[in-house]
Design a protein around this ligand. Structure first.
Ligand SMILES: *Cc1c(COP(=O)(O)O)cnc(C)c1O
Length: 446
């Protein structure tokens, strides 16, 4: 059961089918363009959508909005340093700014940056600096039904290959994303992180985590490797292996906005702090209000509670199991923050050129007022190359929805699956030259 009770509620919109039909038509069959007031269950993302606790809301009232030296910064710094062990804690207003600060400082034209799988903003920030983002996740990660405990692991032989291809001087750092968001929220095992760390030490290359879901990753390790240590100790064991991390506090810090960059390197931190002052703000607020820093510090205490994580990860596992039981094809094993429906298996009659995952995303909205996110051809197809998988991601915000909300989603998915032949494909009527999925417009194929 939920390890919390509800003290404040927000009503959610209920709409008629006619209203949803009109909204879908007006949006050009693109759920990014539907106002949230017309969404009943919003599973578009788990980013910045968490519910804060009473203690976090109370923390906001202790905001010290001094330009310099705010006491909230010191609590934030102390908390992040205690959890990660890193020396320099640089606040930012969200994760991609931490990435931007790091990559503009260390990535040069032609550099290669390995990761298990780069998140889209990470890849974009590397490429923006002339670098090449290389995915080195184990091959199993690309098999949608193979059940391995740590499907987010790095393949060390792929790191060796990058090194052999470009040489040590063209690899400014190695990243490891925990959990591996773009690979389905799959965890990375502690042994694998240790191997990556040893590889980086051997070749004298800095090792940095993309740590957005570090607590969920620690929980998976506790359960799947039967570890005796508590969650903070497991998380710390990961951080001890690396030289720093980037973080979006919109994930495992249980707040709606925020992030940081944490580093051990003095010289690098000094350079980046000077850049921070230029683009984000003074080092004791970095684009955030004092109260925001306090809410992050409090959120970090709560996210490491084992009973919180048992419910959080357990809710997603149960959601996935219920979909499986209803016969809905999903990606297995279920990751930490979302369930991914396999649209190729759900809608085998729709060819990939007609965007089956987007067709299913629209059907979920029309049938149940549910907003998911297409992760398939609409997002990734480029220059005639189509992605392997056509997925609909149902990301679950933290502490927001109860079991009956997710039961509704399962019921809607099951109903659509039984009527799947009636769902038709889509074709594009407008697309932007880059990141088209945000603004694309489509229409049904007759
Ligand atoms: C969300 C996310 C980011 C970017 O963080 P923002 O706060 O959205 O800028 C980077 N990496 C991963 C793995 C993420 O999930």
């Amino acid at each position: 059961m939920e390890p919390y009770r509800i003290k404040t509620v927000e009503s959610i919109p209920f709409t008629t089918r006619a209203e949803r039909e009109a909204a879908l038509l007006a949006s050009g069959y693109n759920v990014f363009s539907i106002p949230s007031d017309l969404i009943t269950i919003d599973l578009l993302t788990d980013s910045g959508t968490s519910a804060m606790s009473d203690r976090q809301w109370a923390a906001l009232m202790t905001g010290d909005e001094s330009y310099a030296g705010s006491r909230n910064y010191f609590r934030f710094e102390e908390t992040v340093r205690r959890i990660t062990g890193y020396d320099h804690i640089i606040p930012t207003h969200q994760g991609r700014v931490a990435e931007n600060l790091l990559f503009t400082t260390v990535v040069k034209e032609g550099d290669h940056v390995p990761n298990n799988i780069h998140f889209d903003t990470t890849q974009a920030n590397i490429e923006h600096n002339g670098g090449v983002a290389v995915n080195c996740v184990i091959d199993d990660a690309y098999d949608p039904v193979k059940e391995v405990p740590y499907k987010g692991n790095m393949d060390i032989t792929k790191l060796d290959k990058v090194l052999a291809d470009v040489g040590r001087d063209r690899i400014p750092l190695v990243l490891l994303t925990i959990t591996n968001n773009s690979g389905g929220g799959q965890p990375v095992g502690l042994d694998n992180a240790r191997e990556v760390s040893e590889w980086c030490r051997k070749h004298d290359i800095p090792f940095i985590y993309d740590a957005c879901r570090f607590a969920e990753n620690a929980y998976f390790n506790k359960v799947r490797s039967n570890l005796d240590q508590g969650i903070p100790e497991i998380a710390r064991a990961f951080f001890d292996l690396a030289d720093g991390c980037t973080m979006s506090a919109k994930k495992d810090a249980l707040v709606n906005m925020g992030g940081w960059l944490a580093l051990n390197d003095d010289e690098l931190s000094e350079k980046i702090t000077n850049m921070l002052i230029l683009i984000e703000g003074f080092p004791t607020y970095g684009g955030l209000a004092g109260r925001d820093l306090e809410a992050i510090a409090q959120g970090l205490e709560e996210v490491l509670e084992e009973r919180y994580l048992a419910h959080r990860v357990g809710q997603i596992q149960e959601f996935g199991r219920a979909l499986c039981d209803a016969g809905v094809p999903i990606v297995l094993p279920v990751g930490g923050h979302a369930v991914y429906i396999d649209a190729k298996r759900f809608l085998p009659h729709i060819p990939q050129e007609q965007f089956p995952a987007q067709a299913l995303t629209c059907a979920l909205y029309l049938e149940g007022g549910i907003r998911g996110c297409e992760i398939g051809g609409l997002m990734f197809a480029a220059d005639g190359q189509w992605p392997e998988l056509e997925l609909v991601r149902l990301a679950v915000p933290r502490r927001v929805y109860t079991k009956s909300h997710l039961d509704h989603v399962v019921d809607v998915c099951a109903k659509l699956y039984s009527e799947r032949e009636s769902i038709s494909g889509l074709r594009i009527t407008y697309e932007a030259p880059v990141l088209r999925h945000f603004t694309v417009r489509l229409e049904p194929v007759d």
